[in-house]
Write a new protein. Structure first.
Length: 134
């Protein structure tokens, strides 16, 4: 798992949508509000729409809005949608052997596995609603 600018920008945009309530917002309005590149948001929102995190509507008052309530959307969900599958640590990756002579069977792996579980649990508990309040 990674937490790239792609995920960071997505979370910022989703927070913006959450703050707008049930009103649709155009990507241009979100980009302006959050000072993000519209083209980058287009690619991000294509993935979010495909994953049913957001819905879009056309027309004069069209745009995007959240498909779920902010309290039902976790940070972990967004990360999993936008980042390529994989592990945060080489030891846990299927390609870990490429980076580690011990083929990732050393005693450090136990610590890394625990850390990875903790990170996933924490991100799974943090909901978009909490980020809106901050």
């Amino acid at each position: 798992m990674k937490f790239s600018t792609r995920t960071s920008y997505a979370l910022r945009a989703l927070i913006c949508l959450a703050k707008s309530g049930s009103q649709s917002m155009s990507l241009a309005a979100i980009a302006k509000s959050e000072r993000l590149p519209v083209k980058y948001l287009e690619a991000i929102f294509a993935d979010l729409k495909k994953a049913r995190v957001v819905v879009s509507s056309h027309g004069m008052r069209g745009g995007y809005k959240l498909a779920k309530k902010p309290g039902a959307l976790s940070v972990l969900t967004v990360v999993k949608i936008l980042e390529k599958p994989g592990q945060m640590f080489y030891c846990l990756s299927a390609r870990g052997k490429k980076y580690c002579r011990n083929s990732c069977h050393c005693s450090v792996k136990k610590v890394v596995e625990k850390l990875n579980r903790t990170i996933n649990q924490t991100l799974g508990k943090v909901k978009l609603q909490e980020l809106v309040k901050n």
